[in-house]
Design a binder for this molecule. Structure first.
Ligand SMILES: *[C@@H]1O[C@H](CO)[C@@H](O)[C@H](O)[C@H]1NC(C)=O
Ligand SMILES: *[C@@H]1O[C@H](CO)[C@@H](O)[C@H](O)[C@H]1NC(C)=O
Length: 452
């Protein structure tokens, strides 16, 4: 291309588009939004990541599957925190509205266009966008299209329950506290101002539910981009070589290891831990078990409880299992060829990571969107087995149940067929993120749209 003043001017214009990322202040969301920030910044756009100082810090420290040099390109903007007692987490979120507004207003006065990409649960906080002529906003959905679709039925009682399968869908009662539910519902009227939605899912996985979602009122007439999975699918450049999990996996046979992790928000009781430990031991399968207690609000001051295993457990299983009590590189573990199954609570991040890496799932949903993700994985995609039906979520899961599911998944014809489907889907999903693939094209089209 010839360099002339016209395309020079164009380049300058592009650099005048500034992207402001507004995550919900909670671990699962922080990392997702940081990955998204890095992805956008890889197109040469200027990206701000906005949150309270301790959460911005946490996002950096816990960054998963990202290169430090990519994170360094993001501008972190610490919001001032309010003073005095803040009654609840949700109230604390609501208090971010003014500081976010002044930041966005300030940035908008210095750029051609401000593009705010926010968590659906931060909709109320980004309303300033509607009062600025050069600002626009997009919702970034961290959950599956399938669970958005099924939850809308619960929240706003739209008539989406017409699909046959939805009759089989687990009841969504008890998936969150009334307070969280009220907070979510309270965000809906504020979603109107947005120009469109970005989904961390792939048409390859959920094309049908993306289409169904587009018919639902909240999503009608909004632009949609399904750009997931957003993660480095080629993980070789990530230097985690010295990690104990990966070193251990290097010594195990192909597809022989069950990876067990329940994310950052799940707490098991001692009883449940005991049953799980016994079930694993009885299954006689190899495993890596990431055993951390749920985060308490601020990870830097909260004191974590040490989860106790049954007496002598670690000693007895040391030939077959590895128990890890610190942060583990989940995407790399799932990508490892020795990993043959994932026992998971089915948070969407975990699901999509597992799907992308072609690893079948033993689904043990705990709350929020997990029951619907479990349903998607086991009943629709058929790449997993259910450990505990949502209807029985108040009952204790027995060791014998765990033993049974683990054996079936890791060591049976049925398990092999499931694994085969998971591998095929993973392959298709990975292709979709490459040049010319569906997800990559959607991402390019989003970037073209915001830099138009
Ligand atoms: C999207 O999903 C991937 C799994 O493919 C997960 O690792 C990542 O955190 C998610 N990213 C965003 C930006 O939501
Ligand atoms: C949630 O909203 C309902 C209906 O407005 C109300 O009756 C209930 O008290 C609220 N619950 C909480 C925990 O805020």
């Amino acid at each position: 291309m010839e360099i002339n003043s016209e395309n020079l001017a164009n380049n300058e214009l592009i650099s005048e588009v500034v992207v402001v990322i507004v995550p919900l202040q909670a671990q699962g969301h922080l990392n997702q939004f940081l990955q998204f920030a890095c992805l956008i910044s890889s197109y040469g756009l200027s990206v701000y990541y906005v949150g309270l100082a301790n959460y911005n810090h946490q996002a950096k420290v816990r960054a998963n599957a990202l290169k430090p040099s990519d994170i360094a390109k993001i501008h972190f903007h610490d919001l001032p925190s309010g003073r005095g007692e803040i009654p609840t987490f949700w109230d604390a979120c609501t208090l971010l509205r003014d500081p976010i507004a002044s930041f966005v207003r300030d940035i908008s006065s210095k750029s051609r266009r401000v593009v705010v990409v926010h968590d659906p649960l931060m909709s109320y906080n980004v309303q300033v966008v509607s009062s600025l002529p050069n600002a626009e906003s997009y919702m970034f959905n961290c959950v599956s299209a399938f669970s958005s679709y099924s939850m809308i039925g619960l929240f706003v009682r739209l008539s989406v329950q017409h699909e046959e399968f939805l009759k089989k869908l687990p009841s969504l009662e008890g998936i969150m506290t009334d307070e969280a539910r009220n907070f979510s519902v309270s965000q809906i009227p504020h979603m109107n101002i947005r120009s469109g939605d970005i989904h961390n899912t792939s048409k390859v996985i959920e094309g049908k539910y993306l289409d169904l979602l587009a018919e639902v009122e909240i999503y009608q007439n909004k632009k949609q981009w399904a750009i997931g999975p957003i993660l480095p699918t080629k993980l070789d450049h990530i230097s985690n070589r010295n990690n104990i999990c990966l070193e251990w996996l290097n010594k195990q046979p192909r597809n022989s290891v069950l990876y067990i992790s329940f994310g950052t928000t799940t707490s098991f009781s001692d009883r449940e831990i005991k049953e799980l430990a016994r079930g694993l031991e009885q299954s006689k399968q190899k495993f890596i078990w990431v055993l951390r207690d749920a985060d308490r609000g601020d990870i830097f001051t909260g004191e974590a409880r040490r989860v106790e295993l049954p007496e002598g457990f670690e000693e007895r299983v040391k030939e077959v299992g590895l128990v890890v009590r610190e942060w583990a590189p989940q995407p790399e573990i799932l990508a490892h060829s020795s990993t043959g199954g994932f026992l998971s609570h089915c948070g969407w991040n975990s699901c999509i990571e597992s799907i992308t890496m072609g690893v079948p799932i033993a689904a043990w949903p705990m709350d929020s969107d997990q029951p619907s993700n479990s349903f998607l994985v086991t009943e629709i995609l058929k790449i997993g087995l259910i450990v505990r039906e949502w209807e029985k979520h108040e009952e204790l899961v027995r060791a014998s149940t765990i033993e049974n599911v683990v054996r079936t998944l890791m060591r049976s014809k049925e398990g092999d067929a499931i694994r085969q489907r998971a591998e095929e889907l993973g392959e298709a999903v990975r292709r979709s993120t490459e040049k010319g693939g569906a997800s990559r094209m959607e991402l390019d089209s989003f970037i073209a749209h915001i830099t138009r």
